[in-house]
Write a protein that binds this ligand. Structure first.
Ligand SMILES: Cc1cc2nc3c(=O)[nH]c(=O)nc-3n(C[C@H](O)[C@H](O)[C@H](O)COP(=O)(O)OP(=O)(O)OC[C@H]3O[C@@H](n4cnc5c(N)ncnc54)[C@H](O)[C@@H]3O)c2cc1C
Length: 422
Protein backbone atom coordinates (compact mmCIF):
# COMPACT_ATOMS: atom_id res chain seq x y z
CA UNK A 1 0.00 0.00 0.00
CA UNK A 2 1.39 3.41 -0.96
CA UNK A 3 0.14 6.50 0.86
CA UNK A 4 -2.10 6.89 3.89
CA UNK A 5 -5.65 7.85 4.78
CA UNK A 6 -6.27 11.44 5.89
CA UNK A 7 -7.91 10.78 9.24
CA UNK A 8 -9.29 14.33 9.47
CA UNK A 9 -11.64 13.57 6.57
CA UNK A 10 -14.27 10.89 7.30
CA UNK A 11 -15.28 10.16 3.70
CA UNK A 12 -13.44 7.59 1.59
CA UNK A 13 -13.95 6.55 -2.02
CA UNK A 14 -12.54 3.10 -2.76
CA UNK A 15 -12.20 2.40 -6.49
CA UNK A 16 -12.19 -1.25 -7.62
CA UNK A 17 -13.93 -4.16 -5.90
CA UNK A 18 -11.33 -6.85 -6.43
CA UNK A 19 -9.82 -8.44 -3.32
CA UNK A 20 -7.82 -5.33 -2.38
CA UNK A 21 -10.77 -2.93 -2.76
CA UNK A 22 -13.17 -5.18 -0.85
CA UNK A 23 -10.67 -5.65 2.00
CA UNK A 24 -9.94 -1.90 2.16
CA UNK A 25 -13.64 -0.95 2.08
CA UNK A 26 -14.44 -3.50 4.82
CA UNK A 27 -11.84 -2.19 7.28
CA UNK A 28 -12.52 1.47 6.53
CA UNK A 29 -16.26 0.97 7.06
CA UNK A 30 -15.52 -0.90 10.27
CA UNK A 31 -13.40 2.01 11.47
CA UNK A 32 -16.35 4.37 11.00
CA UNK A 33 -15.48 6.02 7.68
CA UNK A 34 -18.26 6.83 5.23
CA UNK A 35 -17.15 4.55 2.43
CA UNK A 36 -18.21 4.70 -1.21
CA UNK A 37 -17.15 1.64 -3.23
CA UNK A 38 -17.01 1.96 -7.02
CA UNK A 39 -16.61 -1.04 -9.36
CA UNK A 40 -16.80 -0.87 -13.13
CA UNK A 41 -18.20 -4.39 -13.57
CA UNK A 42 -21.52 -5.89 -12.48
CA UNK A 43 -19.76 -8.33 -10.14
CA UNK A 44 -17.21 -7.93 -7.37
CA UNK A 45 -14.08 -10.07 -6.92
CA UNK A 46 -11.91 -8.92 -9.85
CA UNK A 47 -9.44 -11.71 -10.67
CA UNK A 48 -11.13 -14.21 -8.34
CA UNK A 49 -13.23 -16.72 -10.27
CA UNK A 50 -14.79 -20.06 -9.34
CA UNK A 51 -16.23 -22.00 -12.26
CA UNK A 52 -19.00 -24.59 -11.74
CA UNK A 53 -18.69 -27.60 -14.09
CA UNK A 54 -20.75 -30.82 -14.26
CA UNK A 55 -17.90 -32.55 -12.37
CA UNK A 56 -17.15 -30.03 -9.61
CA UNK A 57 -15.84 -26.55 -8.88
CA UNK A 58 -12.67 -25.16 -10.44
CA UNK A 59 -10.82 -22.10 -9.24
CA UNK A 60 -9.86 -20.05 -12.30
CA UNK A 61 -7.24 -17.91 -10.52
CA UNK A 62 -6.45 -18.02 -6.78
CA UNK A 63 -6.93 -21.51 -5.34
CA UNK A 64 -6.40 -20.99 -1.65
CA UNK A 65 -5.73 -18.47 1.08
CA UNK A 66 -3.80 -18.49 4.33
CA UNK A 67 -6.03 -18.62 7.39
CA UNK A 68 -4.52 -15.81 9.43
CA UNK A 69 -6.50 -14.49 12.43
CA UNK A 70 -7.76 -11.64 10.20
CA UNK A 71 -9.07 -14.07 7.60
CA UNK A 72 -10.86 -16.22 10.18
CA UNK A 73 -12.45 -13.14 11.74
CA UNK A 74 -13.54 -11.79 8.36
CA UNK A 75 -14.94 -15.18 7.28
CA UNK A 76 -17.02 -15.30 10.43
CA UNK A 77 -18.28 -11.74 9.97
CA UNK A 78 -19.52 -12.44 6.43
CA UNK A 79 -20.69 -16.02 7.04
CA UNK A 80 -18.20 -17.82 4.76
CA UNK A 81 -17.06 -21.30 5.79
CA UNK A 82 -13.32 -21.89 5.46
CA UNK A 83 -12.32 -25.40 4.36
CA UNK A 84 -9.21 -26.85 6.01
CA UNK A 85 -6.69 -28.95 4.13
CA UNK A 86 -7.65 -32.62 4.05
CA UNK A 87 -5.84 -34.79 6.60
CA UNK A 88 -2.58 -36.12 5.18
CA UNK A 89 -2.57 -33.68 2.25
CA UNK A 90 0.25 -31.37 3.27
CA UNK A 91 2.97 -32.91 1.12
CA UNK A 92 4.55 -30.66 -1.49
CA UNK A 93 6.69 -32.08 -4.27
CA UNK A 94 9.36 -30.95 -6.69
CA UNK A 95 9.65 -32.74 -10.03
CA UNK A 96 13.16 -33.96 -10.70
CA UNK A 97 14.60 -36.60 -13.04
CA UNK A 98 11.17 -37.96 -13.93
CA UNK A 99 9.92 -38.31 -10.34
CA UNK A 100 7.97 -36.32 -7.77
CA UNK A 101 10.23 -35.78 -4.74
CA UNK A 102 9.52 -34.36 -1.31
CA UNK A 103 13.17 -33.32 -0.97
CA UNK A 104 14.78 -32.82 -4.35
CA UNK A 105 18.49 -32.46 -3.42
CA UNK A 106 21.12 -35.21 -3.30
CA UNK A 107 23.29 -35.65 -0.19
CA UNK A 108 26.24 -33.89 -1.85
CA UNK A 109 24.01 -31.02 -2.95
CA UNK A 110 22.70 -30.68 0.59
CA UNK A 111 26.26 -30.43 1.94
CA UNK A 112 27.08 -27.77 -0.67
CA UNK A 113 23.90 -25.88 0.29
CA UNK A 114 24.90 -25.92 3.97
CA UNK A 115 28.38 -24.69 3.01
CA UNK A 116 26.83 -21.75 1.15
CA UNK A 117 24.52 -20.86 4.05
CA UNK A 118 26.86 -21.39 6.99
CA UNK A 119 30.41 -20.80 5.79
CA UNK A 120 30.62 -18.87 2.54
CA UNK A 121 30.82 -15.09 2.91
CA UNK A 122 29.56 -13.40 -0.26
CA UNK A 123 31.70 -10.72 -1.87
CA UNK A 124 28.84 -8.72 -3.30
CA UNK A 125 25.18 -8.30 -2.41
CA UNK A 126 22.89 -10.08 -4.84
CA UNK A 127 20.03 -7.96 -6.15
CA UNK A 128 17.83 -10.44 -7.99
CA UNK A 129 16.43 -13.73 -6.70
CA UNK A 130 18.52 -15.94 -8.98
CA UNK A 131 21.76 -14.27 -7.86
CA UNK A 132 20.52 -14.41 -4.24
CA UNK A 133 19.84 -18.14 -4.42
CA UNK A 134 23.08 -19.11 -6.14
CA UNK A 135 25.02 -16.95 -3.64
CA UNK A 136 23.38 -18.19 -0.45
CA UNK A 137 22.18 -21.68 -1.42
CA UNK A 138 24.40 -22.74 -4.35
CA UNK A 139 23.37 -23.87 -7.83
CA UNK A 140 21.26 -26.87 -6.80
CA UNK A 141 19.53 -24.80 -4.13
CA UNK A 142 18.56 -22.36 -6.87
CA UNK A 143 17.61 -24.99 -9.46
CA UNK A 144 15.48 -27.22 -7.24
CA UNK A 145 14.27 -25.01 -4.36
CA UNK A 146 14.15 -21.32 -5.22
CA UNK A 147 13.46 -21.43 -8.96
CA UNK A 148 10.33 -23.65 -8.66
CA UNK A 149 9.10 -21.85 -5.51
CA UNK A 150 9.47 -18.38 -7.05
CA UNK A 151 7.86 -19.44 -10.33
CA UNK A 152 5.00 -21.01 -8.34
CA UNK A 153 4.25 -17.68 -6.65
CA UNK A 154 5.05 -15.07 -9.28
CA UNK A 155 4.96 -17.06 -12.54
CA UNK A 156 8.18 -15.39 -13.61
CA UNK A 157 11.88 -16.28 -13.62
CA UNK A 158 13.80 -15.58 -10.42
CA UNK A 159 16.19 -13.34 -12.37
CA UNK A 160 13.29 -10.93 -13.04
CA UNK A 161 12.53 -10.47 -9.34
CA UNK A 162 14.25 -8.00 -7.06
CA UNK A 163 15.00 -9.48 -3.63
CA UNK A 164 14.02 -6.28 -1.84
CA UNK A 165 10.70 -6.04 -3.71
CA UNK A 166 9.60 -9.67 -3.83
CA UNK A 167 11.16 -11.20 -0.70
CA UNK A 168 12.35 -8.32 1.52
CA UNK A 169 12.81 -10.65 4.47
CA UNK A 170 15.49 -12.55 2.54
CA UNK A 171 17.78 -9.55 2.29
CA UNK A 172 21.12 -10.27 3.93
CA UNK A 173 23.05 -7.35 5.35
CA UNK A 174 26.28 -6.51 3.46
CA UNK A 175 29.23 -8.66 4.57
CA UNK A 176 27.00 -11.14 6.46
CA UNK A 177 26.53 -14.84 5.72
CA UNK A 178 23.22 -16.42 4.67
CA UNK A 179 23.05 -17.90 8.17
CA UNK A 180 22.23 -14.44 9.56
CA UNK A 181 18.75 -14.83 8.07
CA UNK A 182 17.94 -17.28 10.81
CA UNK A 183 18.43 -14.54 13.41
CA UNK A 184 14.65 -13.96 13.66
CA UNK A 185 14.11 -10.33 12.69
CA UNK A 186 12.49 -8.20 10.02
CA UNK A 187 8.77 -8.36 9.88
CA UNK A 188 6.83 -6.32 7.34
CA UNK A 189 3.54 -7.47 8.77
CA UNK A 190 2.97 -9.98 5.99
CA UNK A 191 4.22 -13.02 7.81
CA UNK A 192 1.32 -13.76 10.09
CA UNK A 193 1.29 -17.55 10.29
CA UNK A 194 -1.68 -19.63 9.31
CA UNK A 195 -2.69 -22.75 7.46
CA UNK A 196 -3.81 -23.08 3.88
CA UNK A 197 -7.59 -23.01 3.44
CA UNK A 198 -10.18 -22.94 0.71
CA UNK A 199 -13.81 -21.83 0.99
CA UNK A 200 -16.96 -23.93 0.96
CA UNK A 201 -18.41 -23.32 -2.51
CA UNK A 202 -15.16 -21.85 -3.85
CA UNK A 203 -13.15 -18.70 -3.27
CA UNK A 204 -15.63 -16.63 -5.24
CA UNK A 205 -18.25 -17.33 -2.53
CA UNK A 206 -16.01 -15.59 0.00
CA UNK A 207 -15.70 -12.44 -2.10
CA UNK A 208 -19.37 -12.39 -3.16
CA UNK A 209 -20.36 -12.61 0.52
CA UNK A 210 -17.95 -9.83 1.36
CA UNK A 211 -19.57 -7.82 -1.44
CA UNK A 212 -23.07 -8.53 -0.06
CA UNK A 213 -21.94 -7.52 3.43
CA UNK A 214 -20.63 -4.22 2.06
CA UNK A 215 -23.73 -3.64 -0.07
CA UNK A 216 -25.84 -3.95 3.08
CA UNK A 217 -23.57 -1.60 5.00
CA UNK A 218 -23.03 1.02 2.28
CA UNK A 219 -26.45 1.07 0.59
CA UNK A 220 -26.38 3.53 -2.31
CA UNK A 221 -22.69 4.12 -1.78
CA UNK A 222 -22.05 0.57 -3.07
CA UNK A 223 -21.82 1.20 -6.81
CA UNK A 224 -21.41 -1.58 -9.35
CA UNK A 225 -21.34 -0.99 -13.10
CA UNK A 226 -19.75 2.39 -12.47
CA UNK A 227 -16.47 3.26 -14.11
CA UNK A 228 -14.30 5.73 -12.27
CA UNK A 229 -12.51 7.97 -14.79
CA UNK A 230 -9.67 10.50 -14.76
CA UNK A 231 -12.29 13.28 -14.50
CA UNK A 232 -13.35 11.87 -11.11
CA UNK A 233 -9.83 11.97 -9.67
CA UNK A 234 -10.07 15.41 -8.08
CA UNK A 235 -12.53 15.19 -5.23
CA UNK A 236 -12.77 16.10 -1.59
CA UNK A 237 -12.87 12.67 0.04
CA UNK A 238 -10.04 10.24 0.72
CA UNK A 239 -9.30 8.23 -2.42
CA UNK A 240 -8.06 4.63 -2.35
CA UNK A 241 -7.37 3.35 -5.86
CA UNK A 242 -7.56 -0.47 -5.79
CA UNK A 243 -7.25 -1.02 -9.53
CA UNK A 244 -4.38 -2.66 -11.46
CA UNK A 245 -1.39 -0.46 -12.32
CA UNK A 246 -2.44 -0.04 -15.97
CA UNK A 247 -5.91 1.14 -14.85
CA UNK A 248 -4.40 3.51 -12.26
CA UNK A 249 -2.19 4.90 -15.06
CA UNK A 250 -5.29 5.97 -17.00
CA UNK A 251 -6.75 7.71 -13.93
CA UNK A 252 -3.53 9.67 -13.32
CA UNK A 253 -3.02 10.75 -16.89
CA UNK A 254 -3.94 14.46 -16.42
CA UNK A 255 -3.04 15.02 -12.77
CA UNK A 256 0.25 13.07 -12.54
CA UNK A 257 1.56 12.40 -16.06
CA UNK A 258 4.98 11.06 -14.99
CA UNK A 259 3.48 8.65 -12.43
CA UNK A 260 0.90 7.66 -15.04
CA UNK A 261 3.72 6.82 -17.49
CA UNK A 262 5.55 4.76 -14.86
CA UNK A 263 2.36 2.87 -13.87
CA UNK A 264 1.66 2.10 -17.53
CA UNK A 265 5.03 0.39 -17.77
CA UNK A 266 4.51 -1.93 -14.77
CA UNK A 267 4.99 -5.44 -16.18
CA UNK A 268 2.56 -8.28 -15.53
CA UNK A 269 3.22 -11.96 -16.22
CA UNK A 270 0.56 -13.76 -18.26
CA UNK A 271 -0.68 -17.02 -16.74
CA UNK A 272 -3.00 -19.82 -17.74
CA UNK A 273 -4.78 -21.99 -15.21
CA UNK A 274 -6.11 -25.30 -16.52
CA UNK A 275 -8.49 -27.40 -14.43
CA UNK A 276 -8.55 -31.06 -15.45
CA UNK A 277 -11.14 -33.56 -14.17
CA UNK A 278 -10.28 -37.23 -14.76
CA UNK A 279 -11.43 -40.52 -13.38
CA UNK A 280 -8.99 -42.19 -10.98
CA UNK A 281 -8.84 -45.16 -13.34
CA UNK A 282 -7.19 -42.95 -15.95
CA UNK A 283 -4.15 -42.37 -13.70
CA UNK A 284 -1.25 -44.67 -12.86
CA UNK A 285 -0.64 -42.67 -9.69
CA UNK A 286 -3.44 -40.81 -7.90
CA UNK A 287 -1.71 -37.70 -6.52
CA UNK A 288 -1.93 -37.12 -2.80
CA UNK A 289 -0.82 -33.84 -1.24
CA UNK A 290 -0.85 -30.15 -2.08
CA UNK A 291 0.90 -30.15 -5.41
CA UNK A 292 4.10 -30.33 -7.40
CA UNK A 293 6.32 -27.51 -8.66
CA UNK A 294 8.31 -27.95 -11.86
CA UNK A 295 11.83 -26.43 -11.97
CA UNK A 296 12.89 -24.64 -15.19
CA UNK A 297 15.66 -27.26 -15.46
CA UNK A 298 13.04 -29.89 -16.31
CA UNK A 299 12.53 -28.06 -19.63
CA UNK A 300 8.73 -28.32 -19.41
CA UNK A 301 6.09 -25.63 -19.93
CA UNK A 302 4.07 -26.53 -16.84
CA UNK A 303 4.97 -24.37 -13.83
CA UNK A 304 3.15 -26.47 -11.27
CA UNK A 305 0.17 -28.73 -10.61
CA UNK A 306 -2.16 -28.31 -7.64
CA UNK A 307 -3.74 -31.54 -6.42
CA UNK A 308 -7.03 -29.71 -5.87
CA UNK A 309 -9.29 -32.68 -5.05
CA UNK A 310 -6.68 -34.23 -2.77
CA UNK A 311 -6.26 -30.96 -0.84
CA UNK A 312 -9.87 -29.93 -0.18
CA UNK A 313 -13.26 -31.59 0.30
CA UNK A 314 -15.94 -31.25 -2.33
CA UNK A 315 -13.80 -30.31 -5.32
CA UNK A 316 -15.21 -33.24 -7.32
CA UNK A 317 -18.79 -34.49 -7.07
CA UNK A 318 -17.60 -38.12 -7.23
CA UNK A 319 -14.92 -39.69 -5.06
CA UNK A 320 -13.90 -41.74 -8.13
CA UNK A 321 -12.69 -38.60 -9.85
CA UNK A 322 -9.79 -36.19 -9.37
CA UNK A 323 -9.31 -32.51 -10.10
CA UNK A 324 -5.82 -31.28 -10.98
CA UNK A 325 -5.15 -27.58 -11.53
CA UNK A 326 -2.23 -26.94 -13.85
CA UNK A 327 -0.51 -23.54 -13.94
CA UNK A 328 1.25 -22.90 -17.21
CA UNK A 329 2.67 -20.01 -19.24
CA UNK A 330 4.29 -17.28 -17.15
CA UNK A 331 7.68 -16.07 -18.29
CA UNK A 332 8.56 -19.63 -19.40
CA UNK A 333 6.25 -19.21 -22.35
CA UNK A 334 4.52 -15.81 -22.35
CA UNK A 335 3.11 -16.36 -25.86
CA UNK A 336 1.28 -19.56 -24.92
CA UNK A 337 -1.72 -17.51 -23.81
CA UNK A 338 -2.34 -16.59 -27.46
CA UNK A 339 -2.59 -20.25 -28.51
CA UNK A 340 -5.84 -22.17 -29.00
CA UNK A 341 -7.48 -24.20 -26.24
CA UNK A 342 -6.45 -27.39 -28.07
CA UNK A 343 -2.75 -26.46 -28.14
CA UNK A 344 -2.79 -25.58 -24.43
CA UNK A 345 -4.77 -28.71 -23.50
CA UNK A 346 -2.37 -30.95 -25.47
CA UNK A 347 0.66 -29.57 -23.60
CA UNK A 348 -1.09 -29.98 -20.24
CA UNK A 349 -2.26 -33.53 -20.96
CA UNK A 350 1.21 -34.59 -22.11
CA UNK A 351 2.69 -33.31 -18.84
CA UNK A 352 -0.03 -34.98 -16.75
CA UNK A 353 0.76 -38.24 -18.57
CA UNK A 354 4.42 -37.71 -17.67
CA UNK A 355 3.71 -36.95 -13.98
CA UNK A 356 0.81 -39.32 -13.18
CA UNK A 357 0.43 -41.60 -16.21
CA UNK A 358 -2.84 -39.94 -17.25
CA UNK A 359 -4.30 -41.81 -20.22
CA UNK A 360 -7.19 -41.04 -22.53
CA UNK A 361 -9.29 -37.88 -22.79
CA UNK A 362 -10.10 -36.38 -19.39
CA UNK A 363 -13.71 -35.86 -18.32
CA UNK A 364 -13.50 -32.09 -18.47
CA UNK A 365 -10.95 -29.34 -19.10
CA UNK A 366 -11.49 -25.72 -18.08
CA UNK A 367 -8.99 -23.12 -19.29
CA UNK A 368 -8.72 -19.68 -17.65
CA UNK A 369 -6.43 -17.14 -19.30
CA UNK A 370 -4.96 -14.20 -17.37
CA UNK A 371 -3.01 -11.90 -19.74
CA UNK A 372 -2.11 -9.62 -16.82
CA UNK A 373 -2.00 -12.08 -13.96
CA UNK A 374 0.79 -11.24 -11.57
CA UNK A 375 2.89 -8.04 -11.41
CA UNK A 376 6.61 -8.56 -11.83
CA UNK A 377 8.24 -7.51 -8.54
CA UNK A 378 11.32 -6.05 -10.24
CA UNK A 379 13.60 -3.14 -9.37
CA UNK A 380 11.58 -1.16 -11.92
CA UNK A 381 8.46 -1.70 -9.78
CA UNK A 382 10.38 -0.41 -6.74
CA UNK A 383 11.08 2.80 -8.69
CA UNK A 384 7.33 3.15 -9.29
CA UNK A 385 6.70 2.77 -5.54
CA UNK A 386 9.23 5.52 -4.83
CA UNK A 387 7.81 7.84 -7.46
CA UNK A 388 4.24 7.26 -6.22
CA UNK A 389 5.33 7.79 -2.61
CA UNK A 390 6.98 11.10 -3.43
CA UNK A 391 4.25 12.41 -5.76
CA UNK A 392 0.52 11.59 -5.76
CA UNK A 393 0.57 9.41 -2.64
CA UNK A 394 2.59 11.97 -0.65
CA UNK A 395 -0.65 13.89 -0.07
CA UNK A 396 -2.65 12.45 2.87
CA UNK A 397 -5.81 10.77 1.66
CA UNK A 398 -4.41 9.52 -1.67
CA UNK A 399 -3.62 5.81 -1.60
CA UNK A 400 -2.64 3.21 -4.20
CA UNK A 401 -3.42 -0.36 -3.18
CA UNK A 402 -3.50 -3.65 -5.08
CA UNK A 403 -1.41 -6.67 -5.86
CA UNK A 404 1.32 -4.46 -7.38
CA UNK A 405 1.89 -2.25 -4.32
CA UNK A 406 3.84 -4.60 -2.06
CA UNK A 407 1.86 -7.81 -1.49
CA UNK A 408 0.72 -10.10 -4.27
CA UNK A 409 -1.12 -12.68 -2.15
CA UNK A 410 -4.58 -12.42 -0.66
CA UNK A 411 -3.05 -12.98 2.78
CA UNK A 412 -0.61 -10.09 2.31
CA UNK A 413 -3.28 -7.71 1.02
CA UNK A 414 -5.70 -8.59 3.82
CA UNK A 415 -2.97 -7.96 6.34
CA UNK A 416 -2.21 -4.51 4.96
CA UNK A 417 -5.90 -3.60 4.61
CA UNK A 418 -6.59 -4.52 8.22
CA UNK A 419 -4.50 -1.55 9.34
CA UNK A 420 -5.50 0.90 6.58
CA UNK A 421 -7.49 3.06 8.99
CA UNK A 422 -4.67 3.40 11.52
C1 LIG B 1 -3.69 -17.72 -11.86
C2 LIG B 1 -3.60 -17.02 -10.54
C3 LIG B 1 -3.48 -17.78 -9.36
C4 LIG B 1 -3.40 -17.13 -8.12
N1 LIG B 1 -3.35 -17.90 -6.99
C5 LIG B 1 -3.37 -17.31 -5.77
C6 LIG B 1 -3.50 -18.08 -4.58
O1 LIG B 1 -3.66 -19.32 -4.64
N2 LIG B 1 -3.50 -17.42 -3.38
C7 LIG B 1 -3.39 -16.06 -3.30
O2 LIG B 1 -3.36 -15.53 -2.19
N3 LIG B 1 -3.31 -15.29 -4.42
C8 LIG B 1 -3.32 -15.88 -5.65
N4 LIG B 1 -3.29 -15.10 -6.79
C9 LIG B 1 -3.18 -13.65 -6.65
C10 LIG B 1 -4.51 -12.94 -6.31
O3 LIG B 1 -5.60 -13.66 -6.82
C11 LIG B 1 -4.51 -11.54 -6.89
O4 LIG B 1 -3.33 -10.87 -6.50
C12 LIG B 1 -5.71 -10.71 -6.42
O5 LIG B 1 -6.92 -11.38 -6.66
C13 LIG B 1 -5.69 -9.35 -7.13
O6 LIG B 1 -6.62 -8.48 -6.51
P1 LIG B 1 -6.59 -6.91 -6.81
O7 LIG B 1 -7.67 -6.31 -6.01
O8 LIG B 1 -5.22 -6.39 -6.64
O9 LIG B 1 -6.88 -6.76 -8.38
P2 LIG B 1 -8.11 -7.18 -9.28
O10 LIG B 1 -8.65 -8.49 -8.89
O11 LIG B 1 -7.65 -7.01 -10.69
O12 LIG B 1 -9.26 -6.09 -8.97
C14 LIG B 1 -9.27 -4.80 -9.52
C15 LIG B 1 -10.73 -4.35 -9.68
O13 LIG B 1 -10.75 -2.99 -10.11
C16 LIG B 1 -11.80 -2.83 -11.05
N5 LIG B 1 -11.51 -1.62 -11.85
C17 LIG B 1 -10.47 -1.42 -12.70
N6 LIG B 1 -10.54 -0.18 -13.22
C18 LIG B 1 -11.64 0.42 -12.68
C19 LIG B 1 -12.23 1.71 -12.84
N7 LIG B 1 -11.70 2.64 -13.65
N8 LIG B 1 -13.36 1.99 -12.15
C20 LIG B 1 -13.92 1.07 -11.31
N9 LIG B 1 -13.40 -0.17 -11.14
C21 LIG B 1 -12.26 -0.49 -11.82
C22 LIG B 1 -11.75 -4.13 -11.84
O14 LIG B 1 -12.96 -4.35 -12.54
C23 LIG B 1 -11.50 -5.15 -10.73
O15 LIG B 1 -12.70 -5.62 -10.18
C24 LIG B 1 -3.39 -15.71 -8.05
C25 LIG B 1 -3.51 -14.96 -9.23
C26 LIG B 1 -3.63 -15.60 -10.45
C27 LIG B 1 -3.81 -14.77 -11.69
Amino acid sequence: MIGAIDQSCRQVTVVGAGASGLFAAYYLDRAGYEVTLIEEHQRVGGLISTVATPFGLIEGAANSMIATPQLRELAEAIGARLLPLNEGSRSKYIYRDGRLRKFPLSFIELIKLLYHIVIKKPVSQPKDMEAWATTYLGQAGFDYLIDPMVTGIYGTAASNLSVSAAFPRLQVEPGKRGLSLFGGKKSNGSNARGTIVSVDGGLDVFFQRLGMHLEKRLGERFKLNTKFTHNDLSRDSNLVLCVPAHAAAKLMVDQEPSLSDALKRVEYTPMISVGVFASKQQLNTVPNGLGVLIPSKAGLETLGVLFSSSSFEGKTYSSEQVLLTVLIGGSRNPKLIEQSDRVIADIVLKDLERFFGLSGEPLHIEISRWPKAIPVYSSQLEEVWQLAGSSWCAKPGQVLFGNYTGQVSLRGMLNLASSIAE
